[in-house]
Design a protein around this ligand. Structure first.
Ligand SMILES: [Zn+2]
Length: 107
């Protein structure tokens, strides 16, 4: 009997994201479980629509996992500030919700 205590570390919006995060964590030496109501890994392919997939890691690896995920979220979900009106916008907005100016491409 496996007595590892698994702890949920992340809730992904879709299976593809969950799999890429799982790969990232495993590349750093962590053990990762994916759980999701609609996730049928035995089918050998990703289901078309998955409401939510959660990532679980052993309790003693939670801190490292959170650090890695925080780095991932910094890249993916950085809010941006409109160059026109200065309003803060969520990363998934392509135009400013306030003044409709296009998101500036910062390199
Ligand atoms: Zn604006």
């Amino acid at each position: 009997m496996d007595d590892t205590h698994w702890t949920q570390v992340y809730s992904a919006a879709e299976a593809l994201e969950a799999y890429s995060l799982k790969g990232m964590l495993e590349a750093s030496g962590l053990d990762v479980l994916l759980k999701g109501e609609s996730l049928y890994s035995c089918m050998g392919e990703l289901p078309a629509s998955v409401l939510e997939v959660t990532l679980w890691v052993p309790e003693h690896q939670i801190l490292k996992a959170q650090q890695l995920l925080a780095g991932y979220e910094d890249q993916a979900d950085q809010p941006w500030f409109c160059s026109g009106c200065g309003e803060q916008n969520e990363s998934n907005f392509e135009i400013c919700w306030q003044c409709q100016k296009e998101k500036a491409q910062l390199l």
